[in-house]
Design a protein around this ligand. Sequence first.
Ligand SMILES: [Zn+2]
Length: 221
Amino acid sequence: MKNYKIYDMSQPTYHNCPAWPTFAYPQVTNEAVCGNDGFTAERLNINVHTGTHLDAPYHFCIGGKTIDEITLDKFVGEAVIVELEGIINAKEGIAVEHLSAYEDLIGEDSIVLLHTGWDKKRSFSPEYYKDWPYVSRELAEWFVEKKVKGVGIDGFSVGGWYEGTGVPAHEVLLSNEIWALEELNFPEELLEHMTCILSAVPLKLKGLSGSPTRAYAIIEE
Ligand SMILES: [Zn+2]
């Protein structure tokens, strides 16, 4: 068997962790605690678009595929890691030009992972909550032309927070059955690589628009 290294690309989910600005904060309540009940079991009350998670077409498209209807092969595959930290600004749309150095690596069934540096800013700051860089409409259309499998980003969403910036990326990607993977985390050591194998498999949540995901990268050594 080949040697390989695994890098965790997920942000933690916990009680009152950062979550989409208009949703209720994630809640964890104890239903049983070992010292009192003989075992521990918690209830987790979260929107499915919380922490590192996937968006299915149904998130923005009436009649689109729900998260359980997408086959697992779509969530595992060769990925290109695009380094934009220090290149892209807050509130800025990521353009096709920003990916020019990666163009030859991106093709049919590629997964594109966009690192803006927002993973390190995860907190309740206005910068993290509103100002993340996002996928512009033209870049989303370029991903459709390239026939990529999915697009991941480290901010809250592939779309931006401000007026007119949130919908285009979602509509263009999801209506073409390209999933979005949001609130990723990029370990420093992983960023030394331009490519990896990504696995980001959702829970089998019937009829829902997204799912929390444990995303990780595999690098062969
Ligand atoms: Zn989402």
